[in-house]
Design a protein around this ligand. Structure first.
Ligand code: BGP
Length: 478
């Protein structure tokens, strides 16, 4: 591929705190809701929980050295709120904040730009116990306390900030991404109420970056899938538009216009699902404008017409086994849209469609609609990697996936889209949000299994050496 990536393009990769760090109860850290949600994962599904994860907490210098060896220009990671404030608010945990000071210094020393995510699914458990977590509006103030502290602490060292990871996915899989007390789990309005609280938290963090960080840039990290109609029949086209409104514009318009899209809101109101909005909320949301959008892209989605009277299913099923086709159903919104499999696309073993063109499509589409710079802060292929007898991991399928997506991103850049960064998921193997350790994404293999954490030894995969060349040639040698 000829050189079309800008000189200062931020090649790198991503992780999130609870999925990579481990040390879940060490040095003063207290549980996050993910520690609790995933606690019984092994008994339930045979998946490791977050207690040790990839033990990055103890291996971070080695991990940064490997990132440097790959040539990373950037690294996107998140801060564990309950490591810094074990009780959510109040006293800072000195050892906890020191970990992030050390990590950020180590990155800067190695010429790697930190891209910090303030929140990646891991609300302090203390706040769930206190008032139910994200369902209570008090969380907005508590988030502001945490984000204000972190932004102020790192304002001279961190210039790129993402606020909340994947509100779109949180709404869909709300009981996995948030601990929802039993008695509220059937109340689907709360999905949108939680999201509204997150919109306020996001806006506050954007304002804090604008006020505190000289030259700082901030935006959300959105889990994003373009939505194709199953067929070109007008009813399917309409369904795809409806799905786009509720699954995508519902977040994008907040970040860039400070409004909820009308059609989606009317649909939610009709079904008693709309969030309660207080006086001043929309003004605050407008003030907390975004400088860019960070996008997590894995797969495109497909929608078809869904007649009134269809059984209502509030979210897509999850494939837990890694056997293709083992997915437990698709989201339906009677009278609006129904999600379905796209027959034109192959999938990963977990039924995620593989669609590099979707990346070009969304970059073009979003740049055209909102005119803001974009970053890819996640993209990748979950797979059952094998450590072979020669001590290597031959992950040519991952190389193929990433190569096609980089090419697609390159095409979008050629058509004028401003893309700042490519940080695929994930820098190193870590625990998947829904499939344990056995579903791997990293360039660096972490030698552990769901059954046995072993020593978490790091091993360079074939994709490690491939990505090193990609970065070295600024995307020319794929
Ligand atoms: C995104 C999340 C990540 C990550 C990734 C892969 O939605 O931001 O945290 O894990 O998806 O998903 P999974 O781990 O379920 O395979």
């Amino acid at each position: 591929m000829k050189n079309i990536f800008p000189e200062n393009f931020l090649w790198g990769a991503a992780t999130s705190a609870y999925q990579v760090e481990g040390a879940a109860y060490e040095d003063g850290k207290k549980a996050s809701q993910q520690d609790i949600i995933n606690r019984e994962n092994y008994q339930k599904y045979g998946f490791a929980n977050a207690d040790i994860a990839s033990d990055h907490y103890h291996h971070f210098r080695e991990d940064v050295a490997l990132m440097k060896e790959m040539g990373f220009k950037s690294y996107r990671f998140s801060i564990s709120w309950s490591r810094v404030f074990p009780d959510g608010v109040g006293e800072v945990n000195e050892k906890g904040i020191q970990f992030y000071r050390d990590l950020i210094d180590e990155l800067l020393k190695n010429g790697i730009e930190p891209i910090v995510t303030l929140y990646h699914y891991d609300l302090p458990w203390a706040l769930v116990e206190k008032y139910g977590g994200w369902i209570d509006r008090q969380v907005v103030d508590d988030f502001a306390y945490f984000s204000g502290y972190i932004i102020n602490e790192f304002k001279d060292k961190v210039k790129l900030w993402t606020t909340i990871n994947e509100q779109s996915i949180i709404v869909q899989y709300w009981t996995q991404k948030c601990y929802i007390p039993e008695q509220y789990r059937d109340n689907n309005q709360l999905r949108y109420q939680i999201n509204h609280h997150m919109n306020l938290a996001h806006a506050i963090a954007c304002k804090q970056v604008h006020e505190m960080v000289p030259g700082g840039k901030v935006g959300a990290a959105l889990g994003y899938s373009p939505i194709y109609p199953l067929t070109s029949c007008p009813e399917d086209m309409m369904a795809a538009l409806n799905a786009h409104d509720l699954r995508n514009s519902f977040y994008l318009d907040i970040y860039f216009k400070g409004t909820y899209p009308k059609a989606a809101m009317i649909y939610l109101e009709k079904h008693g699902l709309a969030p309660v909005i207080q006086d001043g909320d929309m003004e605050l949301i407008k003030e907390g404008y975004s400088d860019f959008l960070a996008l997590n892209y894995y797969a495109s989605e497909c929608a078809k017409a869904c007649p009134e009277g269809t059984k209502e299913i509030r979210y897509n099923g999850v494939n837990r086994s890694g056997k293709k086709g083992d997915i437990s159903g698709y989201e339906t919104h009677p009278g609006f849209y129904e999600m379905c499999k796209n027959p034109n696309l192959d999938t990963t073993d977990w039924d995620w469609s593989i669609d590099p063109t979707g990346l070009e499509y969304l970059l073009r589409d979003l740049y055209e609609r909102y005119g803001k710079p974009l970053m890819i802060t996640e993209n990748g292929m979950g797979a059952f990697d094998k450590l072979t007898e020669d001590g290597k991991i031959h992950d040519d399928y991952r190389i193929e996936y990433l190569k096609a997506h980089i090419q697609a991103m390159g095409k979008a850049i050629e058509y004028g889209v401003e893309v700042w960064a490519y940080c695929p998921w994930s820098a190193l193997d870590l625990i998947s949000t829904s499939n344990g350790v056995k579903k791997r994404y990293g360039f660096i293999y972490v030698d552990r299994t769901d059954d046995d954490p072993k020593e978490c030894r790091r091993i360079r995969k074939d994709s490690f050496y491939w990505y090193q060349k990609v970065i070295e040639s600024n995307g020319e040698k794929l």
